[in-house]
Design a binder for this molecule. Structure first.
Ligand code: PA5
Length: 441
């Protein structure tokens, strides 16, 4: 199982401060389990791992197989919760240099619908010319502008390049059971489709077909991913486990003035796991004028850019490190006859050992600099432990939001920019808003 190390964070807290927050854990856990908490319409993620049947996973794998057999490239269109989890898992497990070039066994997985960059979309469509590509169109609401725009372009190009009949086979929708344009199009065109359950919010949906289908298409083991999540689910219901401990310590640190949590990795493959985590915690807790600001860095890369700030800047931060115990490959520090860089003392050591000493040295330096430090330790980077990690963070997010006394399962704030954008673009029905916003310019 993944482990949590807290002592370098709790040394910054008094016993009373921890006990004060811990006193509310039972109520938070009970409110989640009994579905009496704020946002209780969106608790479908809680028992999703244990409720996922082998038959359902087989359905997803069969669809993935059809796409894999008929496509050299699969474009996953989606944004936010309909995008980040799949990308986080696929990048964590992929060869960093082969996943975009196709090793002949797996299709290339690309992502779209997560921005409105004209150049991005133009370059994507150009890249796809002549390729046997398929599309997974993921949108719970079925009306998200970024995703709808990308899907319009991709659907047209796919039909033109591959013919209507093949397009029907290689375009798959993951959306609401009844509502939204993505559902209407899927039903009209006869696409294979999967349903995003009503009671699972976007940022908690990676273990639904939203994440599972792209991950299976990329060739990874979704049975092991779900098994990892099941095992974490099984041990997280009581009041004292790593989920509740993480939730308590981060809230106690917040109350002690540590307003920013930095998620740290020492593996470039985990960059998008950080991005997924930022959305999970940012959207869940940043409301009612409250919430830890979730930031993220990739070390050691960012020690050469953000290291100074973290070591000596305003003391309002704490760090949570995702540490991977065992690297997958072995690479030894090479000998150099001239030793001009003076590094022959490292000769024969594994590169991962050097990385681990960087991790330890950074932890001690940051703690000395007044930055509390927690570590989430994964034995290795595989589907099983990623499944544990995902459920660990999801459940801790639910508990943590309730400890903060916010509704962790809504996101009213994300509508504000959309309203302005539609008013500025003159969307029908937005006439009054359009006039008002233009008067402000
Ligand atoms: O977590 C969320 O609810 C959001 O990030 C959504 O996932 C995101 O806005 C995409 O929405 P949709 O799936 O409806 O296109």
């Amino acid at each position: 199982m993944i482990r949590l190390e807290l002592n370098k964070a709790t040394q910054f807290l008094s016993t009373e401060a921890i006990e004060k927050v811990s006193a509310n854990v039972h109520a938070a856990q009970q409110a989640l389990e009994e579905r009496t908490c704020l946002g209780n319409d969106f608790l479908g993620w809680m028992h999703l791992p244990s409720e996922t049947t082998p038959e359902f996973l087989a359905e997803i794998k069969a669809c993935a197989q059809t796409l894999r057999e008929n496509c050299d490239t699969i474009v996953v269109a989606g944004i936010g919760g309909s995008y980040l989890g799949a990308r986080a898992v696929i990048e964590a497990l992929s060869n960093q240099f082969e996943w975009l070039t196709n090793d002949g066994k797996n299709p290339i997985i690309l992502f779209a619908g997560n921005n409105i960059g004209e150049d991005y979309l133009y370059e994507l469509c150009t890249y796809l010319k002549g390729r046997n590509f398929g599309v997974i169109n993921i949108s719970k609401s079925g009306t998200t502008t970024e995703t709808a725009l990308a899907f319009r372009l991709l659907k047209k190009q796919c039909e033109e390049q591959r013919g209507k009949e093949m397009a029907r086979k290689v375009i798959v929708a993951v959306t609401d059971a009844k509502r939204g344009a993505a559902r209407t199009t899927a039903d009209k065109e006869g696409y294979t489709s999967f349903i995003i359950p009503d009671n699972v919010g976007g940022r908690f949906s990676v273990l639904t077909p939203v994440g599972l289908l792209p991950i299976a298409c990329a060739g990874f083991d979704i049975d092991a991913l779900v098994k990892g999540a099941q095992d974490m689910e099984a041990q997280s219901a009581n009041d004292d486990n790593i989920v509740t401990q993480y939730a308590v310590v981060r809230n106690a640190l917040y109350q002690a003035g540590k307003k920013i949590e930095i998620l740290v990795n020492f593996q470039p493959k985990l960059h998008y796991m950080n991005e997924w985590w930022k959305q999970l915690y940012g959207e869940s807790e940043g409301k009612d004028g409250k919430g830890i600001f979730p930031a993220a860095v990739d070390f050691t890369t960012d020690l050469h850019s953000m290291g100074q700030w973290i070591q000596e800047g305003e003391r309002t931060i704490f760090e949570t490190v995702i540490s991977v115990e065992n690297a997958k490959h072995t690479l030894l520090f090479p000998h150099d006859d001239e030793n001009l860089d003076g590094l022959n003392f490292l000769e024969g050591k594994r590169v991962d050992e050097v990385n681990k000493m960087a991790e330890l040295g950074t932890q001690l330096a940051h703690v000395d600099g007044g930055v509390p430090n927690m570590r989430v330790v994964m034995p290795e980077l595989n589907e099983y432990y990623l499944g544990q990690l995902i459920y660990f963070f999801e459940r801790a997010c639910g508990v943590s939001g309730l400890l903060l006394d916010v509704n962790p399962f809504n996101q009213p704030g994300v509508e504000a920019y959309k309203k302005n954008m539609f008013a500025l673009l003159g969307k029908p029905g937005y006439e009054a808003e359009s006039e008002a916003i233009k008067a402000r310019l």
